[in-house]
Unconditional design. Sequence first.
Lengths: 311, 532
Amino acid sequence: MTDIGLGAPAGTATGTRATPATVARQPFGKWFRQVGWRHLVGVAALFFALFPVLFIISSSLNAAGTLSGSSLIPTNLSLINYRELLNGTEAPFIDWFLNTLYVAGGAAILNTGLAAFASYAFSRMRFVGRRAGLLSLLLIQMFPTTLLFVALFVFVTDIGGIFPGLGLGSRTMLLVIYLGGALGVNAWLIKGYFDTIPRDLDESALIDGASHTQIFFRIILPLAAPILAVVALITFVFTLNEFLVASVVLGQGKSENFTLAVGMFRFIDGQGGEWGQFAAGSVMAGIPVVVLFLFLQKYIVSGLTAGAVKG
Amino acid sequence: MAVEIEESRSTSEKPAQRSRAPLGGLTLGLVAKIIFLSTINATSLWTLGQLIPERVWLGVAFVVLATVAIDVVYLTKARWAIPIKYLLPGTLFLLAFQVYPVIYTAYISTTNLGTGNILDKDAAIEQVISTSVGSTESGISYVARAAQSEDGTLGIILIDQRTDPPEILVGTNEELIVIDPADVVFDGERVQQAGAFTALNLGQAADFETELSQIAVPAEEGVIVLKTFSRAAVVGYSLQYDEAADVMRNVETGVIYRPVDGFFRAESGARLNPGWQINIGFENYERVFASEAIRGPFLRVFVWNWAFAAGTVFFGFALGLLLAITLDHPDLRGKRFYRSFLIFPYALPSFLTVLVWQGMMNRDFGIINDLTGLSTPWLTNPWMARGSVLLVSTWLTFPYFFLVSTGALQSIPKELTEAANVDGASGPQAFGSVTLPLLLIAVAPLMIASFAFNFNNFNVIYMLNRGGPPIPGAQTPAGSTDILVSYTFRLAFESGRGQDLAFATAISILIFLHVAMFSAWSFRKTAKLEEI
């Protein structure tokens, strides 16, 4: 992200460097009234959007390492914050990072899988209770998992009494809880996409003797790759961001088991003492997500218009 | 999930597929299916082995039914089972972690579950008795020394002189353990170290006098307590449970404690801890509305919740649309560049960016006050804090609406606005009466979805300012920027009176009802259901 972020002013310059060519064709005043002012708005919007990003990159490179010592332009360039954070003396950052990958990655893959299975039935088969099933998925979706945290807290505490490895503080338990939300918006999104794949394909495969499993795995899934990628990414980012349930399940356990959201919040909350290390951690945690987003931008926009909201 | 190919009939008919079956009739799918089902059944059996001794009948029922369902559905070749093969895995998780918690939430909201009322009655009775320390000695006594372990736990080193050689034990509030003689270090006659515990000298012990006098080590015929710094004795329990009368009786003073509201209470009002869970009907809901000290802050939280969600969508949409219109000009260079970077606030994980804003808005050290040279109370003044929350949530939301508005604008045919212009409409007129209505049709469902999401957007509220600053005079922990979900969270885990879990679930249920009504209305509006 460092490169991309710092590249912003240079890129803006490319945008404005194009102006002489345009100016040559028409007077500057007219150009400015029609097009030029748009750059002013655009640059102002970029400033608003990227200000916190630049600030955090700068803080992460600032040797002072405190909130009060941070500025928009790093004064004392150094990688010491990164080194100290990765040494893990203040916080087990690498553990948090891996835990987040495990929980969010696992939830993304399994949720997408579970939703794709269900969507296949909803899209391709006609059975008693199909409409009722689809509607009740919408109904249950109204009760967001985040509101169930008290019940989940008691539930997980009880489970921990019987299976100590799965009680409060267990990452696997957190992952499994997230699987409860697999059907719902995801299944609706995927079902909508499956509906656009022509049924003729299934039917010709059926005539060739393919079973329903073969049709699902060999025909439908490969064709639906874009929506599966979007759903997986959205689930990944949602899970990565999820703080409430994660802190209820993990918050009372060992700090090595925290996800990034729980860990970083506990790390910085209210003091700003280790601001430099927090900034370094944010940059390292933010880069993979931004890269994913930029790569999948085209697909995401189509997924967004289909009604997916992330936090 | 297992790959299962079930019609072996069709596989044997197709030469191409037979070649993929190395073990005669066994296809890859069939092998996977056998492994999958054996694993499931083995896991279930093991789980039942753990659940049955604990008498968790609901769990037992779920595991048995789920396993039978999986076995039947994946083994049968009946046509009716085909859709269920695809629906079952997701449904089981849905039932366990979404449907059951919803029902459980409703159940908890009718109880008094919270700190002090966590156990069931039998467990509470047992705990009340085992911690009741009487004064009558049973005759067994020990030579004792106060001690402390490496992690700071206080305990008593005991020498049992009834045995030969004397047995060395260490007692804490939790347990009484016999120490291997090899782990004992003597200082003359006295024990200096036993296991992880080191003896305290008299001066050190005096510092902990109160704590030491409260140590009650569970033993067979009562509890072991320190009588002096060098002598401990077994004393009997002072309380006895009379099962027939369902009362707790103090055998030394004769005071009788009766069960009232989940606690044993004496006439004088004194109560024995811990209490237990009881059903209290709708009392939690009544509390929300009956007491002014709770209702007032609750209503403020409620109103602010609406304002926050609506404000976020409004400002986010307005800014996003404005930028989409501005940056959607055919002659504008660098459109893709703007788009790639404006997506950043949306693409970055919000828990990080909100924490960054928290730091930037810090009154004393934050960069905003630093650059402007002011000392604006961004997060400490109630109205400024509300403004700051809206600013941050707008920052998080506008890229989303920028992207969808750009897409929607591009899908509106240019001919429509041109036709309006030909008919004499000015630019703004054509926009207001042609483009905007068409855009709103496309974007309205997304605005509703965004509203519903922001209505419960815990991260922004809690991570930016923990819902603060606090509302003065509120009886429950309610803050000026708290929304219902963060208010519920603080009730459950941050209340000064301990965890008020049941009251928090009552509020959750109220949010459910509210969200459900809103969603029902919005579904009618968007007519999404007709597509099924």
